[in-house]
Design a binder for this molecule. Structure first.
Ligand code: CMX
Ligand code: CO
Length: 146
């Protein structure tokens, strides 16, 4: 079951500058940052709020690490802005299978590794009304006895 908005992914050209905008404008601090070579991104997670299922919601600021990455290609076409939304679930495997059975293209056969050791997959934006949609099981939720 999808229980919360895990994050909103925002594509930018200059991660440090964008982090500074969110800090100076809203007071949001970087909770975590990492490079995910498989996804071709350098990213910063800004924690916005905790939720009653023990998860949290973030903004995920994304800067491409290479010109052939999905985010680099998207920036070239669209400029900076909202790139995807991500729903949180305790069971990304089961939920993505159930959604695939409804005829929505799930991009990965098996979930891959996302921010902070989470397991993630994506739904094709063309099957989701133009919204690139990610499903996330956080490492915390995956390992705390569910
Ligand atoms: N939101 C909405 N629509 C999008 C989109 C996005 N982020 N990215 C692409 N599209 C649309 C394009 O506009 C295009 O539509 P038209 O045919 O009408 O022009 C269509 O989808 C195909 O786009 P494309 O530019 O040819 O791009 P690709 O097919 O090569 O890739 C996708 C699209 C979704 C398969 C690819 O972006 C992908 O695999 N995404 C998942 C991985 C990802 O985004 N990683 C970065 C974030 C990592 C993280 O969150 O941790
Ligand atoms: Co994401």
């Amino acid at each position: 079951m999808l229980t919360r908005i895990d994050h909103i992914g925002i594509a930018c050209r200059d991660l440090d500058k964008t982090v500074e905008f969110y800090r100076a404008t809203y007071g949001f601090e970087v909770f975590h940052s990492e490079v995910n070579e498989e996804q071709g991104v350098r990213e910063a997670m800004l924690r916005i709020n905790g939720t009653d299922d023990g998860g949290a919601s973030y903004l995920q600021l994304l800067e491409p690490t290479r010109p052939d990455s999905t985010v680099a290609k998207w920036l070239e076409k669209n400029g900076e802005g909202v790139h995807h939304i991500a729903f949180g679930t305790a069971d990304v495997d089961g939920d993505s299978e159930a959604i695939r059975d409804k005829g929505v293209r799930v991009l990965y056969d098996q979930p891959r590794i996302g921010s902070m050791g989470s397991r993630i997959t994506f739904l094709h934006p063309k099957d989701c009304g133009g919204v690139l949609t990610e499903l996330v099981t956080s490492a915390q939720q995956g390992h705390d006895g569910h």
